[in-house]
Write a protein that binds this ligand. Structure first.
Ligand code: IDP
Ligand code: MG
Length: 157
């Protein structure tokens, strides 16, 4: 079962929370067959924002990005499943909602690059998923359990 247990970090951003999209986002990952192993409704402070978006420190949009991500509550999650990081990114869409295909979360719910509803670990950034999970969750906040539907999602479960 080991290839079904990749974990990835996902977060509904302040715009998604304000627009009432937490349930919609959670539903999409549930419907896909992924397993929720952690969830936290929280406010990001400046330090966490800098740690999380450190790679963008030198970009012109960095200050605005930190201001936005700390401007209201977010819903942070950890989802588990086969190839989870890459599959979730595909469901999220492109960074710019205007370039995202309909059917993706950003393509269905966003129009503006700065308000793109959701964050998900980048599958092209090796180890980003584990790094971000560690940043937002303590080990005891992640729940190990069996999902009864797994036998129907995976042929070899
Ligand atoms: P990602 O969220 O698709 O991984 P990144 O390039 O890692 O995209 O950028 C992180 C976040 O910074 C984006 O989700 C978006 O909110 C914001 N961002 C990225 N590029 C720009 C930009 O050119 N202008 C304004 N905000 C940007
Ligand atoms: Mg990124």
């Amino acid at each position: 079962m080991s290839h079904h247990d990749e974990r990835t970090f996902v977060m509904v951003k302040p715009d998604g929370v304000q627009r009432g999209l937490i349930g919609e986002v959670v539903s999409r990952f549930e419907d896909r067959g992924l397993k929720l192993v952690g969830g936290k409704f929280m406010q990001i402070d400046e330090d966490l924002a800098h740690d999380h978006y450190g790679e963008h420190e030198d970009k012109p949009f960095f200050d605005g990005l930190v201001e936005f991500i700390t401007s209201g509550p977010v819903f942070a999650m950890v989802w588990e499943g086969a190839d989870a990081t890459r599959q979730v990114r595909a469901m999220v869409g492109e960074t710019d909602p205007a370039e995202s295909a309909p059917g993706t979360i950003r393509g269905d719910f966003g129009l503006d690059l700065g308000h793109n509803v959701i964050h998900a670990s980048d599958h092209e950034d090796e180890g980003a998923n584990e790094r971000e999970i560690d940043l937002f969750f303590d080990e005891d906040e992640l729940v190990d359990y069996g999902l009864d539907t797994a036998a129907w999602v995976y042929e070899d479960e």
